[in-house]
Design a protein around this ligand. Structure first.
Ligand SMILES: [Zn+2]
Length: 306
């Protein structure tokens, strides 16, 4: 049965064999990625650019913006950009796979350079509130109706509350972007969950980034109406299991569609499609189709509304 494309994905690093985080992205490759997304039922995405040296991030955003402008399909699929980093926690575990040498504290001038390079298409920025001194970047972004999400971070509850007052709206991939071992009660996951009435929480629903039983718990605590499902897809998404080369990484995509380092030591992203995430929500988490639609179609759009 052919369904109209309805999914909306706030975090897509690449798709259909195409990496958005490359310096020489071509028009044909971008078109292929967007056509594959559409064929997989995705109406819109935020193309996600992750931590690198600032000029590199600016060049990638600018190239994507220009290629998108020349391709009606890309302009329709790519609703805007999600800039994830470089203003995240430098601490191991919280930093995840983002390159340490390019992580830096939030700073208005640097943020403005990224926004300028993206030509008004930035819709979402993931940063660490505890490294946004005076919450100046959070205020700059929320003042321009750009959604701010806490992620790859370890803010105290007070720091999160202050960030909420400054315009923070979301928390990026809860349960990831943090160490494998955490204090049992006072940890960033519990803090984010405790504020779910004011924060949209995003989750990667592949069963590995968050086991399904834990995702079920999180959804019960926060409520389906406060949560969003993302894929955090990287280039092999939409292609299936296999070995892929991606920048510095040689990735092994298993049958679970999770991207692992070749030695299996850590997760690098997901190769899951949104339709697979939808199936997981219904079959593995036990949600109704209506609830799964909220998490993958309605809520991602609502979370972006200023
Ligand atoms: Zn991340």
């Amino acid at each position: 049965m052919t369904q109209p494309p309805e999914f909306f994905d706030l975090q897509v690093n690449g798709y259909g064999g195409v990496d958005f985080n490359q310096d020489d992205l071509g028009a044909d490759a971008l078109h292929t990625a967007c056509a594959t997304l559409r064929a997989d039922g995705v109406a819109g995405i935020l193309a996600t650019i992750i931590t690198e040296d600032l000029p590199v991030m600016c060049a990638r955003l600018n190239r994507l913006m220009q290629l998108r402008a020349g391709d009606p399909l890309a302009a329709s699929v790519i609703a805007g950009f999600h800039i994830e980093g470089p203003f995240i926690s430098p601490h191991d575990g919280y930093r995840g796979a983002h390159p340490k040498d390019a992580v830096r504290p939030a700073e208005v001038g640097a943020m403005q350079r990224l926004l300028d390079a993206a030509g008004g298409l930035t819709r979402l920025v993931t940063l660490a509130p505890e490294f946004d001194a005076g919450l100046r970047v959070t205020r700059l972004l929320s003042g321009q109706r750009i959604a701010v999400s806490a992620g790859h971070c370890d803010p105290s509850l007070d720091q999160l509350l202050a960030a909420l007052d400054a315009g923070l709206r979301l928390f990026t991939h809860v349960g990831n972007g943090c160490p494998m071992q955490l204090p049992r009660h006072d940890n960033v996951i519990q803090r984010a969950l405790s504020l779910a009435d004011r924060l949209w929480l995003t989750f990667i629903a592949d069963g590995v980034h968050v086991p399904f039983f834990a995702l079920r718990n999180y959804l019960k605590i926060a409520g389906v109406d406060r949560c969003v499902v993302v894929t955090d897809a990287i280039a092999p998404a939409g292609k299936g299991p296999g070995i892929y080369r991606l920048g510095r990484w040689e990735l092994n995509i298993g049958d679970d569609l999770v991207a692992r380092a070749p030695d299996g030591s850590h997760l690098i992203g997901s190769a899951m499609s949104m339709s697979r995430a939808f199936d997981n929500l219904v079959r593995q988490v036990g949600l109704s189709e209506g609830e799964a639609r909220r998490l993958t179609m309605m809520n991602p759009r609502a979370a972006m509304e200023p």
